[in-house]
Design a binder for this molecule. Structure first.
Ligand SMILES: [Zn+2]
Length: 80
């Protein structure tokens, strides 16, 4: 199952990422290769909300390790 997710800041609801997720389960990591759009700046390895500066995730080797209490998401199934 593939889902196109819109990930938003948990505090101010600003968009942070558009992400293609494969499989079910929680969003723990966002792999760079599946990020379709990034709305947020990455400063010193931290993915920050462009509006309030909330730290949504941290850069790791090939992915962002997501801070699960700091974001919300919604999505829809896609076929490709
Ligand atoms: Zn925010």
């Amino acid at each position: 199952m593939k889902v196109m997710l819109t990930i938003k800041c948990g505090r101010c609801k600003n968009k942070v990422l558009r992400y293609k997720k494969i499989g079910q389960g929680r969003v723990l990591r966002c792999y760079f290769s599946r990020i379709k759009k990034i709305f947020a700046p990455v400063e010193e390895g931290k993915l920050k909300c462009p509006s309030c500066g909330n730290v949504i995730g941290e850069k790791d080797n090939g992915f962002f390790k997501m801070n699960r209490d700091e974001f919300t998401y919604s999505g829809r199934k896609i076929n490709k």
